[in-house]
Design a protein around this ligand. Structure first.
Ligand SMILES: Cc1ncc(COP(=O)(O)O)c(C=O)c1O
Length: 384
């Protein structure tokens, strides 16, 4: 079946008891056992529920995996992957990375004796140089958040596997519509389901998808042991969001490309970060590695002046000033103060996430309305 058919039908069967086209939401926290310690298919909601199971089946299919796990947040999913590591292990990760991931790797895991080296993963040689004999995990994000850098999955996976390390890819920005890292050989795909998978700014969730049953089982064991599972109402909302995922992501990506082209020619804009633009250093690789578009996140700098950027994000009327991304509503924010505020300032600046960087999450509104909204906000930079 094609992607959009699977998004609607895999794991989402009508209810045989009532004929309801939509599977019911199972809220039960516990399930009757056949005998003492003899559970039926389900026993306790932390371990699994029919509603979570349905969603996980759809998710595994969309990312070309064999099993998916749904978590209470994206960070809970990343944390679960980190449970595979033991003190003394080393992670190689990117510098263009969601702020919460940076905090988990550099602040939380550091206290558990796990070391991290962050390099621009768009530079394959730097990735190779960062490996040590203790490297057990390569954590990739492509496009990166917020600078939209593009990383070569095929090359990185090949190298990491030769060095005996697992590869996990945060696929939140690309979604399985545009990118399937498991098909490049990655071991784990992670999503913040809070973003495009849910797609409507009304749920918090995270996802891991695996292609190896043994690895999937180990992660499921850790998920059950630590307990950060997605609740049934969120599972239902996410399943509903997935049905329109492809339509939303393709359309939002098309509008984002138009917004990037508009910003590129705007006299108040100094630099635009978007892999769909020919001048983006990762454009050719993105064209090869992504299918159907370049995603719906666009970042830009306003004539290098942080004050102007601060003004613009408060002046847009359709773009709401808020963290998060990936929903039907367009959002605008300053990564340095908001989504990437968890970075140490010096590390953030060294990564190129400057104070004047503005990040847009392009939603489903009409391009003309979004363009005019940015145009009127940019016009006020004259007064700074
Ligand atoms: C790329 C990326 N990964 C992970 C996360 C964390 O996900 P959550 O907020 O659902 O915990 C985010 C959140 O913004 C994100 O943008």
């Amino acid at each position: 079946m094609h992607f959009r058919t699977r998004a609607i039908h895999v794991g989402q069967h009508p209810d045989p008891a009532t004929g309801s086209v939509i599977p019911p939401i199972h809220l039960a926290s516990t399930f009757i056992q056949k005998g003492i310690g003899i559970p039926a298919e389900y026993d306790y909601a932390r371990t699994g529920t029919p509603t979570r199971h349905n969603l996980e089946e759809t998710l595994a299919s969309l990312d070309d995996g064999i099993r998916a796990l749904a978590f209470s947040s994206g960070m809970a999913a990343i944390h679960c992957v980190s449970q595979l590591l033991t003190p003394g292990d080393h992670i190689v990760t990117g510098t263009d990375l969601y702020g919460g991931s940076w905090r988990l790797f550099h602040k939380v895991l550091a206290k558990q004796g796990i070391t991290v080296t962050a390099v621009p993963t768009s530079d394959f040689d730097r990735v190779c140089d960062a490996f040590t004999d203790c490297t057990k995990l390569l954590w990739l994000e492509s496009p990166g958040n917020p600078l939209l850098s593009i990383t070569d999955f095929d090359a990185c996976v090949k190298y990491a596997h030769a060095r005996g390390a697992l590869v996990a890819c945060d696929n939140t920005l690309a979604t399985p519509v545009l990118s399937r890292p498991l098909s490049s050989g990655a071991d784990i795909v992670m999503h913040s389901a809070t973003k495009y998978l849910g797609g409507h700014s009304d749920l918090l969730g995270g996802v891991l998808v695996m292609r190896d049953p043994q690895l999937a089982q180990t992660l499921a064991w850790h998920q059950n042991a630590t307990g950060a599972v997605m609740g049934p109402l969120e599972c239902f909302l996410c399943s509903r969001g997935l049905k329109t995922l492809q339509l939303r992501v393709l359309e939002q990506s098309r509008t984002a490309l138009e917004i990037a082209r508009f910003l590129r020619t705007h006299p108040r804009v100094e630099k635009v970060y978007y892999p769909g633009l020919e001048e983006h250093p990762g454009h050719l690789l993105a064209t090869k590695q992504m299918q159907g578009g370049y995603g719906a996140i666009v970042s830009f700098e306003v004539n290098g002046d942080p004050l102007a950027a601060r003004k613009i994000v408060t002046l847009t009327k359709i773009f709401h000033l808020a963290v998060s991304l990936g929903a039907v509503e367009s959002l605008i924010e300053l990564p340095a103060n908001m989504s990437h505020g968890a970075y140490e300032a010096s590390a953030r600046l060294a990564c190129g996430i400057v104070d004047g960087l503005v990040r847009l999450s392009v939603g489903l509104e009409a391009f003309e309305d979004l363009r005019d909204d940015l145009d009127q906000a940019l016009a006020h930079t004259d007064a700074v």
